[in-house]
Ligand binder design. Sequence first.
Ligand code: PEP
Ligand code: CO
Length: 489
Amino acid sequence: MKQPPATNTTPHASPDASVQANNGWSVDSWRSKAVAHDVQYPDESALARALGQLRAFPPLVTSWEIERLKGHLADAEAGKRFLLQGGDCAEMLSECRPEAITNKLKILLQMSLVLVHGSKRPIIRVGRFAGQYAKPRSSETESGTLPTGEAAELPSYFGDAINGAAFTAADRTPDPARLVAAYQHSAMTLNFIRSLLDGGFADMHHPEYWDLSFFEHADLSPQSRDEYRRISQSLAEALKFMEAIGEARVDELTRVEFFTSHEALNLLYESAQTRKVPRRTRHYDLTTHLPWIGERTRGLDGAHVEFFRGIANPVGVKIGPKADPAEVVELTRVLNPANEPGKLVLIVRMGAHRIAEALPRVVEAVAGAGRRGLWVSDPMHGNGIVTPTGIKTRSFSSIAAELSGAFDAFDALGTTRRDGEEVPVAQLGGVHFELTGEDVTECTGGASGVTEAGLADRYDSLCDPRLNYQQSLELALILARRLSDTSRA
Ligand code: PEP
Ligand code: CO
């Protein structure tokens, strides 16, 4: 596979020589491999202290939640559910605030409601949250101006779990205490989310409770507002009707669950919370339900693939336009050796202009090899552009075009006979978005009318540009229309 050159690859000496069975896999076997996007910690004893704490802390999620998600993902592979995965590109520790968290939940809930309506399938809600604190960067260092006015070259910002965003030597030095802070902020976020859900915040009977703060905004397009209102009212009515006639599946449809996910970039962090739990035979990464491997770290010989081949969680892997189909097939073998349904999430991020040419090759190779995986479209990461004034953005139209191109590419693969039935060769089972519940101006276009000139108005992301709440809802409406066409076909 042609990988972008890793900016920093170092083998780590293993502190635990007792490599277990499982084809040489252990919680620490990744340490003998090259670690793409590795972090150099200047203070080794501080690092050892932080990892000791992380190893001792209770898990953030449980193995039965992870297994439940795996079951849902297996259903999505079979076309019986649809995955909605979304959240910030990079979470910030300072954004661990009730308003920011509830707004993120609300937009994901609203989107999922629209998708339930369109797809007529239960939606699996997975946040890019409660742990999305470590980022790969295309360049290891960055030049800039220090607060003193001097020019300097400093390490890039690698996410709040690693270093600080401010352009000072102190902030940009990797600090292991941040790994502990990231764990703690993930725990606080999750605690709040779990309490909200338990307390009925997401009651499907009352979707109107989720939208107050959004709908007070005057600038939501009247069409989107009306369409959403119509959908939420008709769903609430349908629900009451089904309950009135005693439909058993209502409980399943109305149960609002959220799962967590993040790019599992920092293997020191991930492995410190990876353990065997009572009455289970395998190891679980208990920092999140669904860790994923990024486009820059999915090398077959690298530490990330080594680590993730041995854990029981479902694992995501990003696939860019230059991916070699044969190597993607090999990834499906290594990351899902038992070819378990629900185990592997293949997140394609090709770019609107590449999808028609790049996606079918990969999907056909995987399907042709009889390998399982849930195909998910990330229409964000192949569509980044930089404006003439140097602002990173993405246009709503290119995002919508990639999404539609992904559906077209799967449709064009046609059907095949399996177990006496005519089934699609492969199908799109989910989407992966960078979005926020806030009214930011980071992506251009959509009915919200964010222009290039207006990007600076409220650009809060420290990494990639996110869809704001209006753009997110608009995209969900477009997606729902497409899913509803598919479900009728
Ligand atoms: C991301 O999801 O923020 C990311 C860096 O994606 P990719 O690995 O696909 O570039
Ligand atoms: Co991103």
